[in-house]
Design a protein around this ligand. Structure first.
Ligand code: SAM
Length: 233
């Protein structure tokens, strides 16, 4: 479970209603079982279940934190594809996701529906973080305009552009293992040339992901997998 409180060994913590319901009523956790708890300080503990909604922390797990900081700026795409991409990006160690509007995106979310969408996306990310045993929650940023993506820049700032020469394959930009990376992925209809100009002016480097034209959700995961592979070398 993920809790938004600082935990201490040999202390009792109380779960919020949603987490307590999931653990005690849905999963029907037994007293003899052990629960993995990720605290607000991103430290990981082991706990015994007490009476709902309490857990008794009995030890802390040593976590090696050699993770990269990876920001995925991804244009809004069709809901089912976007939600699938959220789940897979979480499994592929993305740190934060920055949805953005772009000219050729087929999806535009009415302002009064944004909060409901963000809650749904946060829930998908939380479930996926639990499923893949992450020690941290993926950060979901508010929907941005393309002009604001420079606010999410890192040590290495890339934009995936299928018209870029294949000699500028993303792998070339990952070779020196940058500690933090920001990568931008366009929508189903691709980036508008003017949008590429904005990103280039903001020092995002165009990179190729190879000769195939990938779907946006595939391109997102291709980048995350390339980063993860480079890190593992
Ligand atoms: N303009 C494309 C077309 O002609 O079909 C559609 C864009 S593609 C479906 C969605 C996004 O994935 C692109 O905006 C780009 O960010 C990324 N992408 C897909 N294939 C790529 C490639 N081979 N190299 C670099 N980026 C790619």
């Amino acid at each position: 479970v993920f809790v938004d409180q600082i935990c201490d060994v040999n202390s009792r913590i109380v779960l919020n209603e949603k987490e307590a319901h999931h653990l005690f009523d849905v999963l029907r956790i037994q007293k003899k079982e052990i629960v993995r708890v990720v605290g607000a300080n991103q430290r990981v503990y082991l706990a015994h279940p007490c009476n709902k909604p309490y857990l008794e922390i009995f030890s802390e797990i040593e976590v090696l934190n050699e993770k990269k900081d990876i920001t995925l700026c991804v244009s809004l795409i069709k809901q089912d594809k976007f939600e699938w991409m959220l789940q897979k990006a979480c499994e592929l160690n993305v740190t934060r996701i920055v949805p953005f509007e772009s000219r050729y995106s087929v999806v535009h979310i009415d302002s009064q529906k944004v909060e409901k969408k963000m809650n749904r996306w946060s829930q998908i990310l939380l479930s996926s973080c639990k499923q893949c045993n992450r020690n941290d929650l993926v950060e979901l940023c508010n929907i941005q305009k393309i002009e604001n993506l420079h606010e999410f820049q890192s040590e290495c700032n890339l934009v995936a552009y299928e018209k870029e020469n294949q000699s500028k394959h993303i792998s070339k930009f990952l070779k020196n293992n940058p500690k933090s990376i920001t990568i931008c992925i366009g929508p189903e209809g691709g980036f508008d040339e003017a949008e590429i100009d904005i990103l280039n002016d903001d020092h995002f480097q165009c990179v190729s992901l190879g000769k195939s034209i990938l779907r946006a959700e595939t391109a997102s995961l291709y980048c995350l997998a390339a980063i993860d592979y480079q890190r593992a070398l």
